[in-house]
Design a protein around this ligand. Structure first.
Ligand SMILES: *Cc1c(COP(=O)(O)O)cnc(C)c1O
Length: 219
């Protein structure tokens, strides 16, 4: 079941911060997605390609699909025609592969670089130094069809609000640094995807431009 009051409240908060809301619909039936769609929600996030593809095939064509979970290389090709934005680009090899497939299919594909900001070891993503090194070497300039639109991160799963705030603040600072030092004129690079059901308010306060909210929307 969809909680439309909460949806409207979060949409309003996003508007106040000039941020956008991705409704995370993983593990939810298409009826729930349509209920949110009927309330005006158009951006939906899925974490698995195997779930995104069938849902996108049967749901309205004006939905923007976001891939937010780890992308296996053997699924990279199939997601390109469907995904509006891939939040979870987490290795240079994957980005280069997406570039090859996008060139072959005559498309461009928008991605975010997923940054590892949490204390947990098991989360995917780049370290800041890996990204800075890649930028220093001019790696992104070699890409023909991938457009790097910003960064994504997930905070540590903890009750400690100060820890979460610190991680979001560091990610925002890194985003600003990359923009300033490497891409001051890159109009694509403007998205900072951070914040989920439990921490989206903190994320907005710390400069998120895109939140990914799932469980809070459902009751
Ligand atoms: C599931 C998921 C979310 C949404 O999490 P909720 O706590 O349900 O809001 C956000 N981002 C990613 C990457 C996810 O996998």
């Amino acid at each position: 079941m969809v909680n439309t009051e909460i949806l409207q409240a979060i949409q309003k908060e996003c508007a106040e911060y000039n941020a956008s809301l991705i409704a995370v619909s993983k593990n939810r039936p298409t009826a729930d997605i349509l209920a949110l769609y009927d309330q005006g929600q158009r951006d939906f996030g899925e974490n698995r390609v195997q779930e995104l593809l069938p849902k996108s095939g049967v749901l309205p064509g004006d939905i923007n699909w976001h891939l937010i979970g780890h992308l296996q290389k053997n699924k990279a090709k199939s997601v390109i025609p469907v995904a509006t934005l891939i939040h979870s680009a987490d290795s240079i090899a994957l980005i280069e592969l997406l570039d090859e497939w996008a060139v072959q299919s005559g498309r461009t594909i928008k991605i975010l670089l997923q940054m590892h900001i949490a204390r947990e070891e098991n989360k995917y993503g780049f370290s800041g130094s890996e990204i800075l090194q890649w930028l220093d070497e001019g790696g992104p300039a070699l890409l023909k069809a991938v457009r790097i639109c910003g960064l994504m991160g997930m905070a540590t799963f903890t009750e400690d609000q100060n820890q979460i705030r610190k991680e979001f603040r560091q990610l925002r600072a890194f985003f600003d640094r990359v923009k300033r030092e490497f891409w001051p004129d890159n109009k694509d690079f403007g998205v900072l995807s951070m914040g989920m059901s439990g921490d989206y308010k903190l994320a907005l306060a710390e400069g998120s431009t895109m939140i990914r909210v799932g469980s809070a929307l459902f009751s």
